[in-house]
Design a protein around this ligand. Structure first.
Ligand code: ADP
Length: 484
């Protein structure tokens, strides 16, 4: 099945609650658009507060039995779900390209990456360990065990419609937690396809619910307030994360936050410039720049700035823009007209303050929310683009002199998710990696996400880690049992 209309006809478009498709309790539906054309792909059921309550009832009803299900059996279900995602890779890839816009090749990359969280956490499900030690005084024994937190709520963004879901569902289910997923309203189809995969993989009804909605806070607010819910895991903007954290605070609800980034890409004078340009293309242009790990600011030592700028400009201007389902396309549309306007606003702000455009920088006529790959140089320090996440195909270059100034520039932000460092000096690579205030550092690498590595940020970029061996801890409580 790879034809567009056949796929869209086959995607479930009702809510996924209690192991089956159900319409919204209000009967309402909302449209899902193709950002390459602005056309409506289909409509999906619009979950209400009451639907959220039903999903939580279902989750609570099966929480105990799911937690008591043998870890090996939970693992086998996750493993089968991974196999089914891979078997249906063409459907998942096309669904993501149609609803989100990324080129098909990148959607296939996300199927592999996003699916991998299911296989990885299948392997982690059987390795949840505690410890048994004696007290230093010799007066007692200490038994430490891990237990699933209980019912959880996941709120996910539109930029990685599969991976942002599986990076939460995988560890939650592996740990023995139930989960309600609220995908972004822009991209509900991929998660609804995943619901069907989990049913086919044998997941008991009620363990996973998927609730697309246009009324995010009306759905999630009452769930966060419900004492039966034990955890919120969120990926999205820092602004919304702060609102959700304050809601969680009233119940001391455990929460994980994967928030915004403002990743610096630092090129030192001893860097291999061709390798740095390759890395810059990956770090900037993956997912059309719509990634929280995307390089946002390029800080380049004055000694190599001209060469780096010239080579990056040549590469950026050679990219092919178009609908993601057309062959050869490397840059798809942005998610919405609003997102495109906000990218353009940051570019025009920088230009008005003195930045120079070396390629791109203007919205072309025509349908779809396309924005051209853009390079800005001489970006002044008061330009908003150095402070705010651009979430689009725009590289802002600014210069520095010497290592200390490079590190200071990298750290001049309230965010701390990813950072990229290019240098051929190992001592400098380690020194700078330690000095950079971010949860993740790529050294001479433009892509850092890895299922086996802890993903997450410091400062205003978030709380907690996903993936790696750390990821499952977010869904486990530690219990200490004191023994004589
Ligand atoms: P983005 O800028 O990537 O769209 P958002 O933080 O706005 O990031 O959205 C991420 C997710 O959070 C989406 O699923 C969105 O529907 C949801 N969301 C936005 N505002 C709220 C809110 N007040 N309460 C709950 N969820 C929200």
């Amino acid at each position: 099945m790879s034809d567009h209309s056949t796929l869209i006809d086959a995607v479930p478009t009702d809510l996924w609650i209690g192991g089956k498709q159900v319409p919204s309790s209000s009967g309402a539906r909302f449209p899902v658009h193709n950002p390459a054309t602005g056309a409506i792909l289909t409509t999906v059921a619009d979950a209400t507060t009451a639907d959220g309550a039903t999903a939580l009832d279902e989750a609570v009803a099966v929480q105990r039995s799911w937690a008591a299900t043998a870890p090996r059996e939970r693992a086998e279900i996750l493993r089968r779900a991974w196999e089914l995602v891979i078997a249906r890779r063409d459907d998942f890839a096309l669904a993501m390209t149609l609803e989100m816009g990324k080129p098909l090749a990148e959607s296939h990359g996300e199927v592999a990456y996003g699916g991998e969280f299911l296989r990885w956490f299948a392997e982690e499900a059987v390795r949840i360990n505690g410890r048994y030690t004696s007290s230093p005084t010799g007066s007692g024994r200490i038994l430490v065990t891990k237990q699933p937190i209980g019912p959880t709520l996941a709120i996910t963004p539109w930029n990685f419609p599969l991976a942002m879901g599986t990076r939460k569902i995988g560890p939650a289910l592996a740990a023995g937690c139930t989960m309600i997923v609220k995908p972004a309203a822009e991209t509900p189809l991929t998660m609804l396809l995943l619901g069907q995969v989990f049913a086919d993989a044998g997941l008991p009804a009620g363990v996973l619910s998927i609730l697309p909605t246009t009324s995010a806070s009306a759905l999630t607010g009452p769930l966060i307030d419900d004492s039966r819910l034990r955890k919120l895991t969120f990926t999205g903007s820092t602004g919304v994360g702060k609102i959700l954290l304050s809601q969680c605070a009233t119940r001391v609800l455990r929460s994980s936050m994967e928030l915004g980034g403002n990743a610096p890409f630092v090129v030192f004078d001893d860097a291999d410039i061709d390798a740095a340009v390759d890395g810059a293309m990956a770090a900037k242009m993956r997912n059309i720049g719509e990634a929280c790990t995307a390089a946002n600011r390029f800080h380049v030592d004055n000694a190599v700035r001209a060469e780096f700028t010239e080579k990056l400009t040549a590469r950026m201007s050679a990219l092919t823009i178009g609908p993601g389902d057309e062959s050869g396309v490397q840059v798809g549309p942005l998610i919405t007209a609003k997102q495109r306007a906000s990218v353009d606003e940051l570019v025009q702000d920088a230009v008005s303050k003195g930045a120079v455009i070396t390629t791109g920088g203007a919205i072309a006529e025509g349908e779809g929310y396309f924005y051209p790959p853009t390079v800005l140089t001489n970006v002044p320090s008061d330009a908003r683009i150095l402070r705010e996440e651009v979430f689009g195909p725009v590289a802002a270059i600014t210069a520095f002199d010497g290592e200390d100034a490079g590190v200071a520039a990298a750290n001049d932000t309230e965010f701390g998710l990813a950072a990229y460092v290019y240098t051929s000096n190992l001592d400098r690579a380690l020194r700078v990696s330690e000095a950079v205030e971010s949860g993740m550092v790529g050294v001479n690498r433009g892509v850092i996400s890895d299922v086996a590595a802890p993903f997450g940020g410091i400062k205003e970029s978030g709380i907690g880690r996903e993936a790696g061996s750390e990821g499952i801890e977010e869904y486990l409580e530690t219990k200490y049992i004191a023994l004589p």
